[in-house]
Design a protein around this ligand. Structure first.
Ligand code: NAD
Length: 256
């Protein structure tokens, strides 16, 4: 039996990076995957990849910062597939900038996507899951939602908000068997980490040993393994928790 067989899974920001990898893997494990993103060509390519491999997926254009788009997307999924079993609030953007050079426009844009987008996903999916008997919500926070980093005031604030929102909604919906957890990866090998490395003036390869005693940055598969586990019934006793995926970088000392 596949690990998420017949579950209806909605993944935001799934045209590229972690979301795309999660879509492909969960479809391979038996889920029907709704791929949403503002990047239509990328999202459609992910769906083509899934269906070519024999899986079931649909792409929906979706800007997570807009409530009317959440209403349209969740309404469509419930009408066509009957329910949403798993939501992965993955869409997000990144910004590294010195505090004094950070603008209010930067703040508003980043908060609209990373925080409002996650809030709207929770609001428009959790009640329906509760009515259907339960479900799993996985929110992509970051190590930046747990630790301070220079130049990360906006991004860190947004991911800190995702962390605490996850716990608040987990508390509110636990009795309805809706499980909500947050993931906190260090740099993962996507365009986001490439931007981080470029901004720091180092290569992606150099970032690995600097971030983790394991000597490498995370690959999308390292995060997707956790998304798959939390989405599955194997994680039925896990809610309100935060999971650091950082190769020991925040807990292990490297002395030489
Ligand atoms: N890559 C990392 O190093 C890393 C580390 C920790 C956490 N994360 C988090 O993981 C998530 C995925 O990151 P990634 O590395 O795959 O990034 P990515 O840039 O590869 O993918 C993000 C996706 O979100 C989409 N997106 C952007 N704005 C959107 C909007 N308004 N509505 C819908 N979709 C939108 C983009 O089109 C893109 O496809 C993000 O929330 C990110 O903050 C990433």
């Amino acid at each position: 039996m596949s690990r998420v067989q017949d579950k209806v899974v909605l993944i935001t920001g799934a045209a590229t990076g972690i979301g795309a990898a999660a879509a492909v893997r969960l479809a391979d494990e038996g889920a029907t995957v709704i791929v949403t993103d503002v990047n239509e060509s990328g999202g459609k390519a992910v769906v083509e990849q899934i269906t070519a491999a024999g899986g079931t997926a649909e792409f929906l254009a979706h800007d997570v910062a807009h409530e009317d788009e959440w209403i349209r997307v969740t309404g469509h999924v419930r009408e066509v597939y009957g329910r949403i079993d798993v939501l992965v609030n993955n869409a997000g953007i990144y910004l590294i900038a010195p505090l004094a050079e950070t603008t209010l426009e930067d703040w508003n844009r980043l908060m609209a996507i990373n925080v409002t987008g996650t809030f709207l996903g929770l609001k428009h999916v959790a009640p329906g899951m509760a009515e259907a008997g339960g479900g799993a919500i996985i929110n992509l926070s970051s190590i930046a939602g747990l630790m301070g980093t220079a130049g990360h005031t906006l991004y860190g604030a947004s991911k800190g908000a995702v962390r605490t929102m996850s716990k608040d909604v987990a508390a509110e919906y636990a009795a309805a068997n809706v499980r909500v957890n947050s993931l906190h990866p260090t740099y993962v090998n996507t365009s986001m980490a490439a931007y981080g490395a470029q901004t720091a003036g180092v290569s992606l390869d150099d970032l690995g040993p600097a971030l983790s005693p394991l000597g490498r940055i995370a690959e999308t598969g390292d995060v997707v393994n956790f998304i798959l586990f939390l989405a599955s019934d194997e994680a039925s006793y896990l809610t309100g928790s935060e999971y650091t995926i950082d190769g020991g970088g925040s807990t292990l000392l490297s002395l030489g």
